[in-house]
Design a binder for this molecule. Structure first.
Ligand code: NAP
Length: 479
């Protein structure tokens, strides 16, 4: 059986490892870049880290005793992913510099074509293309006229000097918050352009000591126990987040409010930083020191809306020009693209761009009706939140493997979700989304074009249970 994986990020590497372990060795991983790592390859801005504890943001089958911090920097995560791929000998399966541009279902096979013209025919496709990878460039008048250096946070230009520079950052998401703390002591002046304030969950991050790490090396069972206990802790949070009135949400709101009240001493600044929506409505931002950073003498919180960008800097609505050398757009991502712009043509010429013309959708975020033997990891409307997407991908993969097995064992040649299952799932999902914290009144990337959270709206326990075994009645099996 031939299988193609699109994308050599966290989920693509996982898939390659699991497939080869299962004895399926005819596997190719198509990767558009020249290096694996996905989001961790692309995001290299100062301060980048994962806001999920490193001992949880790890493959369950390859725990790492060497994490430097509870929340380790992005470079360490990138090195970890490369290390895992090498250790499990799947790095050789990756075809670098090959962006899949077309994927068409013909004669019970997927016909792939890459940007270099390479062609392939496979029995199954796993799209592991990630979510947050198409930069959202803001439409600000005059943006092209800026005389300094300007780039999106996920395209950090390391040739540009930050030390001693006047740096502007647009946005107040997780990215901007991490960046602020890393840049403030290097820049001459830091201006943070805030459109909406964020609730900030306090989270200390002291480095692990040598002894602690040596202990994990010598006692792998302790490392396993830590992974399990973190998983349980975060599952509890994930269960709470889908009920806006849960005790977990009250606790988080209290911690965030206290953080603001205690840490920000200037009452004017405090009010500028106070959100008017509920904590965790947007993705919860964690930081040990964002408020401290914003109170440094060279930091300024700019809350007047941006009017335009000029050669010298950013002009705000009040007529003021903020002179800048560097402007970083920490303005997030276009989150509804998934594997697009890749063209995907399913059964009877069905074009994914038309099926997804309104918004992306998939049964259990994995399978699309009439796109047989095509599955996604971290696909549309899947679980989001401050827990490990590696854990999510592992569960999804175990589920997907059972679909692959149907074809591999000869029980059918084609498998995809039925339209009935898709429609019923979507109706129930939209109904359940109404009571989640994400629906309590804020703008966020979790919301779709209708303002409905594009997420898994039920408990993490339900997700885990659903991922145990595909319900065969939900699948159209042919051939
Ligand atoms: P984001 O959460 O979508 O935040 C984008 C920010 O840019 C928001 O503050 C938004 O303002 C602002 N913005 C967008 N367009 C604007 C415009 N035209 N003018 C002014 N402001 C504008 O993006 P992100 O911070 O890159 O984070 C995205 C996600 O990546 C996170 O939620 C998280 O899932 C992930 N991430 C994770 C980590 C981690 O540690 N694991 C780190 C970074 C990112 P509004 O709020 O007003 O819309």
């Amino acid at each position: 059986m031939q299988i193609a994986i699109v994308g050599a990020g966290m989920a693509g590497i996982l898939s390659a490892i699991r497939l080869t372990e299962a004895g399926l060795t005819d596997v190719s991983v198509y990767e558009k870049a020249d290096r694996l790592g996905g989001t961790w390859r692309e995001n290299t801005y100062p301060g980048i880290a994962c806001d999920v504890p490193s001992h949880l943001y790890s493959y369950s089958f390859h725990l790492n005793p060497d994490w430097s911090h509870p929340y380790s920097p992005g470079q360490e995560i990138q090195a970890y992913l490369e290390d895992v791929a090498r250790a499990h000998q799947v790095d050789g399966l990756i075809r670098f510099g090959e962006e899949v541009v077309e994927c068409a279902w013909k004669d019970q096979q997927w016909h792939l074509e890459t940007s270099s013209g390479l062609q392939d025919k496979v029995d199954f496709v796993i799209a592991a293309t990630g979510v947050l990878h198409h930069p959202n460039y803001p439409e600000i008048e005059g943006i092209e006229t800026f005389g300094g250096s300007i780039f999106h946070s996920s395209r950090w230009d390391h040739r540009v000097a930050i030390d001693g520079a006047r740096v502007g950052i647009v946005g107040t998401g997780s990215t901007a918050v991490q960046m602020v703390s890393a840049v403030v002591d290097r820049a001459r002046k830091l201006s943070l352009f805030q459109r909406t304030p964020q609730w900030i969950m306090p989270q200390e991050n002291p480095a692990y000591g040598e002894e602690e790490r040596a202990d994990w090396i010598q006692n792998p069972q302790k490392l396993q126990k830590l992974h399990t206990s973190l998983s349980e802790l975060f599952a509890g949070f994930a269960n709470g987040i889908v009920d806006a009135e849960s005790p977990q949400m009250t606790m988080i709101a209290d911690l965030c409010r206290q953080n603001l009240e205690v840490k920000v001493t200037d009452p004017l600044l405090r009010e500028k930083l106070r959100p008017n929506y509920r904590a965790a409505c947007k993705r919860l931002v964690i930081s040990p020191n964002f408020y401290e950073s914003m109170q440094k003498a060279n930091a300024e919180l700019v809350t007047e809306p941006i009017e335009c960008i000029e050669t010298r800097g950013v002009r705000t609505d009040d007529g003021r020009l903020h002179d800048l050398d560097v402007l970083v757009l920490a303005t997030g991502f276009k989150v509804d693209a998934f594997m697009r712009p890749m063209s995907v043509i399913g059964r009877d010429g069905k074009d994914l761009s038309q099926v997804w013309a309104d918004r992306p959708n998939a049964y259990l975020s994995i399978s699309i009706p009439d796109f047989p033997n095509f599955v996604m990891l971290n696909g549309p409307n899947g679980p989001v939140g401050n827990f490990s997407l590696i854990e999510v991908a592992e569960m999804q993969f175990d589920y997907i493997m059972q679909l692959i097995d149907l074809v591999h064992s000869g029980q059918c040649r084609e498998v995809s979700a039925t339209q009935v299952a898709m429609d019923q799932f979507e109706t129930e999902r939209v109904e359940a989304a109404a009571t989640t914290i994400w629906s309590t009144g804020c703008r966020s990337w979790y919301l779709d074009d209708r303002g409905i959270p594009a997420t898994w709206p039920w408990s993490f326990d339900r997700f885990r249970a659903e991922m145990e075994r595909p319900k065969m009645v939900a699948y159209d099996r042919r051939g």
